[in-house]
Design a binder for this molecule. Sequence first.
Ligand SMILES: [Fe+2]
Length: 203
Amino acid sequence: MRLKLPPLPYAKGALAPHLSACTLDAHYEKHHKGYLRKLTKLVRGKPEENLSLEELVCRTTGEVFENAAQVWNHNFYWRSMRPAGGDGPGRALRELIANSFGSVADFKHRFAEAANGQFGSGWAWLVMDERGRLRIQGSSNAENPLQQDCVPLLTLDVWEHAYYLDYQNQRERPRARLPRPSAELGIPRGEPGRRASSTKSRV
Ligand SMILES: [Fe+2]
């Protein structure tokens, strides 16, 4: 299948002043598209060319996995943020967050800690495991929760390219205004234990 990137879900300047149009332009046009270009080249003429992006993430290793996962992670990252912070989590997700972390404010604090504490390049994630429990976790480089059969609900890119143009080495500064977990990315209604395989097609 021919892989292509979805367009950004908002204008490149829509996340300012937290992330500038310059950062989004470089991040999307150079880094995100760069992973896709490399992935396309790596699978061209090979059996992997017929796999979906999610299948590439879950079934491959090495450079193909790294570039496929980075394409998927960035697709999900753009949808994890909204201009002006969105409306916050919907009721079902808010209740699950409260049960797991105390409150949305407590969750944001712990999520920021996970993002700031991730050593080197990687991602911070809010995921639902196969038993329907929420968990905050970090991942290195391109690692992705789909590999663990978890449902990703929110992610934050903590590679330097995600913030360096705006904040240089101050990784914690953009995390001071975390995106809110959006209702759109919330828990499938009535299916708290839905597994990643049934969610992958949404991204
Ligand atoms: Fe990135």
